[in-house]
Design a protein around this ligand. Structure first.
Ligand SMILES: [Zn+2]
Length: 339
């Protein structure tokens, strides 16, 4: 029986599909990465996932417990539909039934950031903790909230949109239609936008950033801004200071609202600026409610790019393998439908 304790995790994003073979202790043993061919339509993307899953099954002595798919978008897990995935251009796409039928395997789908939160919770920086928040600061900002041992899903399954809490009521416009969201101030796309605007407004101050982007302001990325800040470029340092202030304000709000034991910071922007974790920690301790910060730990994420596939595979194991149990996490079997 024990040899059956593995699953396949899929992380389906707008630019790439990651597919991995994951064991019961969250160990990733094999992975495949393919570009997401959005232009060819949903059927082609599904066929790509099917081919990758079959590749990973080759040579295995047992069937996987199932396939878990994290999708960058809003998901109806019960009906197996991707409700809306702007980066894929999908609406009401029956991903779970189509994959399950073609593969002949049980499949479960979930929002990608919630999958990553599950990964960090079970196997990363959140192990053994039943009250935690994961905040992933990448191109966009998203997260997951675990409270009392349950992943919060909300009334219509959209809980965890932590990037869209308002930080500045007069702030810049956000992709969601609101203005001054955390994501519109500190997400990777917003950092790039702010840098481009600053360089356009003052080419002398922006000379370093422009040079690093090959002379094209449109080529400035958040990564370039982070590198320039590390080299003490004054404009980049100023931009990253603003990002840090927005993140501090956001984390103070989350800590006061949810009282987590651990707040875990991950995503590409945090990985590029790891020193921000300590800076956020120090300021949050000065500004959040005393009773909320006393037990609080603020930690960097541990699984890095693997969190999504590992979490999606863990969800498949929890959902489909009745023998699966995880030592550090009580009650997950009762909670699985909430994820
Ligand atoms: Zn927003």
């Amino acid at each position: 029986m024990a040899e059956n304790l593995w699953a396949i995790g899929v992380d389906l994003g707008g630019t790439k599909i990651e597919v991995a073979r994951v064991g019961a202790e969250g160990k990733l043993s094999q992975r495949l990465r393919r570009p997401t061919n959005i232009q060819s339509g949903p059927a082609a993307v599904k066929a790509e996932i099917v081919a990758a899953v079959r590749d990973l099954q080759e040579g295995a002595s047992s069937l996987p417990a199932g396939v878990g798919v994290g999708v960058a978008g809003q998901v109806d897990s019960k009906r197996g539909l991707v409700r809306f995935a702007p980066n894929l251009g999908w609406r009401d796409e029956p991903l779970q039934p189509d994959l399950s039928q073609t593969l002949g395997l049980p499949v479960v789908i979930v929002n990608d950031v919630r999958a990553a939160t599950l990964g960090e919770w079970l196997y990363g920086a959140g192990q053994g903790c039943n009250d935690l928040i994961c905040l992933f600061v990448g191109t966009g900002i998203g997260g997951g909230v675990v409270s009392g041992g349950q992943m919060l899903s909300g009334c219509s399954n959209t809980a965890g949109e932590l990037g869209h809490i308002t930080i500045d009521t007069q702030g810049p416009s956000c992709h969601c239609g609101n203005q001054g969201c955390l994501e519109a101030l500190a997400g990777g796309w917003a950092i790039a936008r702010q840098a481009k605007d600053a360089v356009t407004a003052n080419q002398v101050a922006g000379a370093s950033l422009l040079k690093m982007a090959g002379g094209h302001s449109d080529a400035i990325t958040a990564e370039i801004v982070a590198q320039a800040a590390k080299a003490s470029d004054p404009l980049a340092v100023h931009l990253i200071d603003n990002v840090a202030q927005a993140l501090i304000a956001g984390v103070v709000s989350l800590v006061n609202a949810f009282n987590p034991c651990r707040l875990i910071l991950g995503g590409g922007v945090m990985e590029g600026l790891p020193e921000l974790v300590q800076r956020i920690d120090q300021s949050v301790r000065q500004r959040a409610l005393a009773a909320a910060i006393e037990p609080l730990q603020i930690l960097p994420a541990q699984l890095h790019n693997d969190a999504g596939v590992v979490g999606a595979a863990a969800l498949a194991m929890q959902t489909f393998n009745r023998l699966f149990s995880h030592g550090g996490y009580r009650g997950h079997r009762e909670k699985q439908s909430k994820i």
